[in-house]
Design a binder for this molecule. Structure first.
Ligand code: HC0
Ligand code: SF4
Length: 557
C-alpha cells in the first residue's frame, strides 16, 4: 500500500505489523525504547509518537497502516515531546555510562546525544538501587527504564517469566519473584533478557580477568571457538561479512598467549555422529522417542524444570563444548604431557548459559573459563590489536578440523541437519524433505527404504519448544527427533552476542555462517578424519563404553 510520510509517497508492505515496522523497512527508524518485534506490543515508552492525518499524535507501534494515511515522524511538537520523555527517563537513570556494558550501544545514551540533552530541566530522582552481581546475569535496576523488554522476552518468547514488574508508581522495579537472586529462580540463563535490554540494566558476568590470571600463573591456556562467534565478531571490527574471522581469532588469541586454539565445530561433528548412532539404536528398539538434542544448556535446564518426564528422551551425548572439554582434559593432556590441572581451557561462545553449563558439577570443571562473544570483543580491543590487519591462521590440529555439518550447529536446524546427514549414511533413505511449519518450527521428514517416515523437528525459542512438546505430549503431532535451541534463530542469537542482537542481525549472522561453511570441503561429520582418528585411538565404536565414559552425561530430576 501507499502512504504519505513527511510529504513523500512511500510504498509499504500490506501486511506490515504497524507503522513503526513499515517505516523501518523503508529506512526510517522511529525512536523507540520498548518495541520488541518478537514480542507483544507494549506502547509504554511513548518515544515512537507520530502525527497522523495532520491531527492526532499517536504511538506508531500501536498504529495499523492504512492506504493513503499521512504521517509526520518529526514535527516540532513531537521533537519536544520526545525530549521531555528522555529528560524524565534520564532524571531517574543512574547515568553510570563509563563502566556500563552498554556504553556506546545504549539506546537511551544514543537518543540523549541525538536530542542534545547535555543538561536536564528535571532534578535527579534517587531510586532504590537494586544490584545483583551474584550470578551469571548481573542486574542493576539503577539503569532500568521499565521498558519491559526483558519481562516480555522471558515470559512471551521463553515462557519462563523468571522476572516481572513489582511494586507500583515510583517504586516500580523489575525483579525476580520474591526478590530472589536470579540463580535461585527458574531462570535458564539464556540471556535473552540481556540481549534485548536497551540500557545495560542487565549484563553478563565478565570473566576476562581469569584468563590473564591463568597466563600469569604459567598455565597451559587452550582456547576453543564456538561456531556462531565467527559470524558475529565482524560487527565490532568493521569487517562486514568477513568469512576468515575464525582464523583472525586464532591469530589474536595466540598473540595474547594461548598455546593452542581448537574449534568447537570439531566436537559438533563428533556429537552429531554419536547422537545419530544413539538415535538409530532408539529407533530400532522403539524406545525413548522422540529423541531431543541436548547441546543447548538453557534448554536442558528448561527440560529438567518443566518436563522431567522427558529427561530420558534427551540425548545423553554431552554438548560440543563439554565433549571437547572432556577430550582435551582426558586424552590431549596425555599427548602433550601436561597435567590436566595445569591446563586452563577457555571456551568462547555466543551463549550465556554455557557459563552455567561449564559450572555444572557433572562436568567436573572440564571447561575452566567461558567467555561470550562480547567478552572476546573486550579482550581483543583491550590489546589494541586491529583485527582487520591480523593475518588469519588455521586452528590447531587435531581438534581444529570440522565439516560443514559441525559448523552449521551455530544456527537453527544445524544439529538436526547434521544428525540426518549421518543417518542417511547409516541406514537406507529414499527421500529427505524439509518444510517450515511456522516461525520457529521446521519439520524434516526422512523417508526410509522400508517406508517408515522419520519426523524431525527443529525448534527455536523456549516458548515455541513448550508448545511443540505439549503437542507431542497430547498426541497432536508425531515426532521422532527434536532439536531445541533456546535462542531465536539458534546460537547466532545467543545472549552473549554483540549488540544489537535483533532479528535482522541474527538473520545476517546466519547468512555469514552459511557463507563461511560453504567453503569447507568436508560436508558430513563422517568425513572429519580427525574425528575418525579419535575413535580409532581412544573411543572405539560409537556408543562404546569409552564413549559413554567420556562423551555422555545424565540429567537432574
Ligand atoms: Fe552453540 Fe554448540 S552450536 S550450543 O550455540 O550444539 O554457545 O555457536 O558452541 O556446545 O557446536 C553455543 C554456538 C556451541 C555447543 C556447538 C552445540
Ligand atoms: Fe528469563 Fe532467560 Fe533472562 Fe533468565 S536469562 S531471566 S530465563 S530471559
Amino acid at each position: 500500500m501507499k502512504i504519505i510520510v513527511n510529504g513523500q509517497e512511500v510504498e509499504i508492505r500490506d501486511d506490515a505489523r504497524n507503522v513503526l515496522e513499515a517505516l523501518r523497512e523503508v529506512g526510517i527508524e522511529i525512536p523507540n525504547l520498548c518495541y520488541l518485534s518478537e514480542a507483544s506490543i507494549y506502547g509504554a515508552c511513548r518515544m515512537c509518537l507520530v502525527e497522523v492525518d495532520g491531527k492526532d499524535i499517536v504511538t506508531s507501534c500501536t498504529l495499523a497502516p492504512r492506504e493513503g494515511m499521512v504521517i509526520k515522524t518529526h514535527t516540532p511538537k513531537i521533537y519536544e515531546m520526545r525530549k521531555g520523555i528522555l529528560q524524565l527517563l534520564l532524571a531517574s537513570h543512574d547515568g553510570d555510562c563509563t563502566t556500563c556494558e552498554m556504553n556506546g550501544k545504549c539506546k537511551l545514551q544514543k537518543y540523549a546525544q541525538e536530542f542534545g540533552l547535555n543538561t536536564n530541566r528535571f532534578e535527579k530522582i534517587s531510586k532504590k538501587k537494586v544490584v545483583d552481581t551474584g550470578s551469571i546475569i548481573i542486574r542493576d535496576n539503577g539503569k532500568c527504564i521499565l521498558c519491559g523488554d526483558c519481562v516480555r522476552a522471558c515470559d512471551e518468547m521463553q515462557s519462563i517469566a523468571a522476572i516481572d514488574f513489582a511494586y507500583r508508581g515510583f517504586e516500580t522495579q523489575v525483579l525476580p519473584s520474591f526478590e530472589e537472586k536470579l540463580e535461585n529462580t527458574e531462570c535458564v540463563f539464556c540471556g535473552q533478557c540481556v540481549a534485548y535490554c536497551p540500557t545495560g540494566a542487565l549484563a553478563i558476568r565478565n570473566d576476562v580477568d581469569k584468563i590473564y590470571k591463568a597466563l600469569e600463573d604459567g598455565k597451559y591456556v587452550i582456547g576453543m571457538i564456538a561456531p556462531a562467534v565467527r559470524a558475529s565478531l565482524q560487527e565490532e571490527f568493521g569487517l562486514e561479512d568477513d568469512i576468515a574471522m575464525a582464523g583472525r581469532i586464532v591469530s589474536v588469541l595466540k598473540m595474547i598467549g594461548f598455546q593452542k586454539v581448537f574449534d568447537v565445530a570439531f566436537s559438533a561433528d563428533l556429537v552429531a555422529y554419536e547422537e545419530a548412532h544413539e538415535f538409530i539404536e532408539r529407533l530400532e528398539k522403539g524406545e525413548k522417542l522422540p529423541q531431543f538434542t541436548s547441546c543447548c544448556p538453557a534448554w536442558v535446564k528448561f527440560a529438567e524444570q518443566y518436563y522431567p518426564e522427558y529427561l530420558s528422551n534427551l540425548s545423553t551425548v554431552k554438548s560440543p563444548q563439554m565433549a571437547l572439554g572432556a577430550i582435551i582434559k582426558k586424552y590431549y593432556s596425555r599427548e602433550i604431557g601436561v597435567n590436566p590441572q595445569d591446563i586452563v581451557l577457555v571456551s568462547i561462545v555466543p551463549c550465556t548459559a554455557k557459563k552455567f553449563e561449564a559450572e555444572r558439577e557433572e562436568f567436573k570443571g572440564d571447561v575452566d573459563i567461558v567467555l561470550t562473544t562480547r567478552e572476546l570483543v573486550k579482550l581483543i580491543k583491550s590489546t589494541g590489536v586491529d583485527l582487520r590487519k591480523v593475518e588469519p591462521i588455521p586452528f590447531d590440529r587435531p581438534y581444529g578440523l570440522s565439516s560443514q555439518s559441525g559448523l552449521s550447529f551455530g544456527k537453527t536446524g544445524g544439529v538436526l541437519g547434521s544428525v540426518v546427514k549421518v543417518i542417511e549414511e547409516k541406514v537406507k533413505v529414499k527421500d529427505v524433505r524439509t518444510t517450515t511449519v511456522r516461525e520457529g518450527v521446521q519439520l524434516t521428514e526422512i523417508e526410509l527404504d522400508n517406508g517408515r517416515v522419520v519426523k524431525g523437528y527443529a525448534v527455536f525459542g523456549l516458548g515455541n519448544a513448550r508448545k511443540l512438546i505439549n503437542d507431542i505430549k497430547n498426541g497432536v503431532i508425531d515426532a521422532d527427533v527434536v532439536e531445541v535451541m533456546a535462542c531465536n534463530y539458534g546460537c547466532v542469537g545467543g545472549g552473549g552476542q554483540p549488540y544489537p542482537n535483533d532479528v535482522r542481525t541474527r538473520l545476517r549472522r546466519a547468512k555469514i555462517l552459511r557463507d563461511t561453511l560453504s567453503i569447507d570441503v568436508l560436508v558430513s561429520p563422517t568425513e572429519n578424519f580427525h574425528m575418525r582418528e579419535l575413535y580409532n585411538k581412544y573411543l572405539g565404536q560409537p556408543l562404546s563404553h569409552e564413549c559413554h565414559e567420556t562423551l555422555h552425561t545424565h540429567y537432574k530430576h
